[in-house]
Design a binder for this molecule. Sequence first.
Ligand SMILES: [Mn+2]
Length: 379
Amino acid sequence: MQFAHLSDTHLGYRQYGLFEREKDYYNVFQDLVSSIIQERPDFVLHAGDLFEFSRPPTQALLEVQKGLIRLKEAKIPVYAIAGNHDIIMKKNALPPHLLFQELGLKIISPRTPFYEQDDIFIGGSPYISRYHADTLKEKLKLLEKESAGYNKRIMVLHQGIDKYLPYEYELELADIPEGFDYYALGHIHSRIVDDYGGGKMVYPGSTEIWKMDEVENYQKKGKGYYLVDTHGESFQVDPVNIELPREFIKTRAEYSHLEREIVKLQDYIHKLKSKPVLHLTVSGGNFSRAEAYQKLNDSLSEMVLSLRPNFQIDELDAEKKMVDGPGLDIPTLLREHLKETDNKPLIDMGVVLFKEIAEGNMDTAQKISQKFLEEYYDY
Ligand SMILES: [Mn+2]
């Protein structure tokens, strides 16, 4: 037996408010489906955050419909759980996955916590917030019990675990019952393959770059899904990489060398197949933010899909130290204050917004809040 394990496809995400980025996510998704069909696994597991939102744009729903029809024609069943992005934080609300049951999508839910495929137990739970961690732990115990008679057992979850996500986890490693052959996880956007209790514990990661801090892990480990072989004593896990539609360039430049760095970047970007996203931090000295922005904009904005400059001016250092110094860590205070909202995107935005405003990047701050409004409230 072989199966494909993927997660965090975040369809419908319009990164930076750009439709091109939304399309990138759709293209990657169809590429994933093509690759899976080519590999011919016996089934597919999607471990949550299929969509960016619990009420996805129609285009995102259509992309999933298209992908599922292709997989159905190839006779490859798909199992899925809802992630934190797919779930509506309201009582009795249903995840968008339900639209696709008729296409054969097998949803692992409180109502149907497990399935059996060719003698393999496939069970799990949709995302449960840390405020209901006790419910989650009970579900895990139940899965352990239900799966006891099976030779091969897979647990599918969309949760953070303290070992991999030390500040925002719902589960401690010890909460997870041992004895499963494979823990098909979602939620963490980096790729992780670990051993746990005689089985494999795996996060396939997001399939596109969803946040800038994913770039390093992407460069090291690629993005895509895992192909898992269930023969043998322990499951064998192999990555399958999907080429992303465009590059993310994350780099720094000293203001005194800015012209030279711009030329270097232009040379590099000329060789790329598609317009990249450019995150450029300009630092060193007490320069004019407006002038630096003008220079970057004049020389690079046409060549990139999105120019995302950040300016670190020395003059602000003293102030910044006061703000960020020990004892008064404003980002942590903000997180604490916003915790009740249980709305991670909102909390993240609050923290990012604070940082940008503190550094005087009013333009960026305005763009971020505009984007947030568009993405979360504009439909
Ligand atoms: Mn996710």
